[in-house]
Design a protein around this ligand. Sequence first.
Ligand SMILES: Nc1ncnc2c1ncn2[C@@H]1O[C@H](COP(=O)(O)OP(=O)(O)OP(=O)(O)O)[C@@H](O)[C@H]1O
Ligand SMILES: O=C(O)c1ccc[n+]([C@@H]2O[C@H](COP(=O)([O-])O)[C@@H](O)[C@H]2O)c1
Length: 201
Amino acid sequence: MRGRKIGLLGGSFNPAHDGHRRISLAAIRLLDLDEIWWLVSPQNPLKPKEGMAEFENRIVAARKIARNPRIKVSDFEARIGEQRTARTLAALKVTYPQHRFVWLMGADNLVQLPKWQQWERIMALVPIAIFNRPGYTYKALNGKAAIKYRKSRIIGHASDRKRRNLAALTPPAWTFLPETTIKLSSTQIRNYRDTEGNTCS
Ligand SMILES: Nc1ncnc2c1ncn2[C@@H]1O[C@H](COP(=O)(O)OP(=O)(O)OP(=O)(O)O)[C@@H](O)[C@H]1O
Ligand SMILES: O=C(O)c1ccc[n+]([C@@H]2O[C@H](COP(=O)([O-])O)[C@@H](O)[C@H]2O)c1
């Protein structure tokens, strides 16, 4: 199989929303990626189980939102029985040695990253792109992860070849993408459904 450049958007997708779709399309454009895989997490170890919709329902809803042949919704973590990103990434690299992966996440998760299991191993496994997210920009760019890895940050505009070619760089390498500012979140949708009296699944 031909090697491709793939952006990995890991998430709870509880539920998926148009923000996920918009950042995915932005990543394809800005980082010259071939595909985005939405890695639906069986259960984020740092989030409460209560209020987490059934895995299968989150997958089905994510497929409806993705609506693009270059965005693939994946149950890889459920299939290998994994919830920890470091181990998922290691498994993906072994399973698909022909592909180049970039880990994608919002600025809120860069703030949280030092709480993840083996977070420095994650930095060493794949290049990472961080999406701007309203309310988190300052905290993310001045947080523990950003400071510790400041020398590995690729700073550049959309036209910058090094940033565009992030997938080909040897990690640790990360960049911040200020191009999107999207207020949508799953929390908002869950809150709206609750006030409307609908169920969350
Ligand atoms: N509007 C957004 N802008 C930038 N990144 C986003 C946005 N929405 C989600 N993401 C990122 O997409 C990934 C998956 O997000 P997730 O499924 O947790 O959705 P969420 O909206 O952050 O959910 P919740 O509100 O329940 O925390 C995370 O890395 C998250 O930071
Ligand atoms: O590996 C960890 O310890 C870890 C801790 C918290 C979150 N993650 C991953 O971070 C991704 C984003 O999660 P979420 O819930 O913010 O969408 C998702 O793939 C989770 O599995 C991973």
